[in-house]
Design a protein around this ligand. Structure first.
Ligand code: VGL
Ligand code: ZN
Length: 184
């Protein structure tokens, strides 16, 4: 059973947002197409309280209940079966979707028989990276769809480095065209 995890495709990570990922919104049409190939589609949201130690590292973003924390308006969010909220505490970064506090992602996926996880979304060098590494660590066959992710790139090579790190950890990198050609 194959599941798609859409990581943090929220307004604040898209152009015009508080912590915009360059071309973050370019992943939206790719992800919309990918969703049609999966029986199970879930998403994470970065979901911070108004005050958190996380904002000592980053501009204030994705505050719970604000427009910046909503999904990008063109993401077909009606197809998302469960949203996982992370970074909800006052001390944690909550980069990984497996740190969600409303529903346990690992249990959710296991209970639905998902053994192969495909990861897309924002940002390659933070939440996609942490989520994919955690999934691989938990024994799932983990894929990252390389044209369905985009990086913050605090340093210009961060996205590439993160992909290489994931690959070394056993995460499989593939394009959306390859996913679509597989006819999951
Ligand atoms: C993220 C930086 C800070 C992410 C979240 O979703 O990748 N990056 N908070
Ligand atoms: Zn955050």
């Amino acid at each position: 059973m194959k599941g798609l995890l859409i990581v943090d495709v929220q307004n604040d990570f898209c152009p015009g947002g508080a912590l915009a990922v360059p071309q973050g919104d370019a992943v939206v049409p790719v992800i919309n197409r990918l969703m049609e190939q999966f029986d199970l589609v879930v998403a994470s949201k970065d979901w911070h309280p108004g005050q958190t130690a996380h904002f000592q590292k980053w501009p204030v973003h994705c505050v719970q209940g604000t427009n910046g924390a909503e999904f990008h308006p063109r993401l077909r969010s009606g197809k998302i079966q469960q949203v996982f909220l992370k970074g909800t505490g006052n001390l944690d970064d909550g980069y990984s979707a497996f740190e969600a506090t409303n529903v346990n992602l690992e249990e959710y996926l296991r209970s639905r028989g998902v053994t192969e996880l495909y990861v897309a979304g924002l940002a390659t060098d933070y939440c996609v990276r942490a989520s994919a590494l955690d999934a691989a660590d938990k024994g799932m066959t983990t894929h990252v769809v390389t044209d369905a992710v985009a990086a913050v790139n605090v340093q210009p090579v961060d996205g590439e480095k993160a992909l290489e790190e994931m690959r070394r950890a056993g995460v499989r990198l593939l394009s959306s065209a390859e996913v679509l050609a597989k006819k999951l």
